[in-house]
Design a protein around this ligand. Sequence first.
Ligand SMILES: Cc1cc2nc3c(=O)[nH]c(=O)nc-3n(C[C@H](O)[C@H](O)[C@H](O)COP(=O)(O)OP(=O)(O)OC[C@H]3O[C@@H](n4cnc5c(N)ncnc54)[C@H](O)[C@@H]3O)c2cc1C
Length: 286
Amino acid sequence: MEITENVPLKNYTSYGIGGPARFFCQPSSPDQVVKALNFAHKLRLPVYVLGNGSNILVSDAGVDGLVIRLAQNFNHLSIEAGSARVGVGLSLDRLVTQLAEKGWGNFERLAGIPGTVGGAIYMNAGAHGVSLGEFVQESMVMDPDGTISRLSSAEHDFAYRSSIFQHKKLIVLETVLAISPQSNRKLMHNIAASREKRRHLPPLPSCGSTFRNPPGVYAGKLIEEMGLKGTKIGQAQISPSHANFIVNLGGASAQDVYALINLVQTEAAARGIFLQTEVRLWGKFE
Ligand SMILES: Cc1cc2nc3c(=O)[nH]c(=O)nc-3n(C[C@H](O)[C@H](O)[C@H](O)COP(=O)(O)OP(=O)(O)OC[C@H]3O[C@@H](n4cnc5c(N)ncnc54)[C@H](O)[C@@H]3O)c2cc1C
C-alpha cells in the first residue's frame, strides 16, 4: 500500500472542494489499515477516515494528517440466512441493488444516497423514514491501536443522523445487516421509486442536507422562512430549489460554503434556534 503526499481532496468529495491531504492511502485489508495507523502514530498525525466524501466539507488549506480512504476497497458482500455481511467501502446504492438482484431487501428507501456503507453507518444515513442503523446487527471495528472488535447493534448508539463513531475514534471495517427475502420485481420497483423521489434534488455539487433538522422543524423550511434561499457567497449558493442544500456553482471555495453555513446559523440563533451541521467539517476554517 502506497502512502502518498499532498493529495487534493477535492477529487474525493462530492462538493469538488478541498485542499490537500498531507498524507493519503487506500488500504485494501485490515492489516494495511493497521500499517496506516502505525504510520500516523509515529508521525503523531491525526487520522481522517474517508468513504465516498459525500458528507464532508474539506477546508481550502486541506488537512494536516493522514486520510485513509476505504471507498471501493473493502467492498465484499456475502449473504447468510437473513443477514448480509458487507464491507464498508461498498456503495450503499450498489448494496441495495445487489441485494435486490438476489431477492433480498429491507432498505430500498436508501437507494440513491451517494455514500459508502461505512459513511452511512457513521452518519446513520436515512431517507423517507428509514435509517440504515435500524438494520445493523453488528459491526467489526478497529480502534486507533489497530485492535479489532465487534460492536453489537445497541453499542452503535444510533440516533437521528448520529452514531457512536461521531464520538469515539473507531474505524468501521465491516457490518452485518438484517435482510429479508422479497420478490425481486417488487424490490426493483421500490428502488426505482426511491431514486425517482431524488430527481427533484439540486443537481449541482453539494453534500446533501447541510443541517440536521431541529426537533419538529425541517431545516430547509426554516432557512426558506428566514428569506435565505438563493443567497450567494462567492461561488456557493443556498439552493433556490432546496434551502437545506448549499451548492457549488463552480469553483466555490470551502470558505464560501462555510460563510453561508455561518450566516444561516447566525440567523437561526437570532430566532432562538440552534442549527447543527449534518455535513462534517475537516480542517481549519476562519
Ligand atoms: C446529493 C446528495 C444527496 C444526499 N442524500 C442523503 C440522504 O437522503 N440521506 C442521508 O442521510 N444523507 C444524504 N447525503 C449525505 C451523504 O451521502 C451521507 O451522509 C452518506 O452516508 C455519507 O457517506 P460517505 O461514504 O460519502 O461518507 P464520507 O462523506 O466520506 O464521510 C462522512 C463521515 O463518515 C466517516 N466515515 C466514513 N467511513 C467511515 C468508516 N468506515 N469508519 C468510520 N468513519 C467513517 C468520515 O470520517 C466522515 O466523518 C446526500 C449527499 C448528497 C451529495
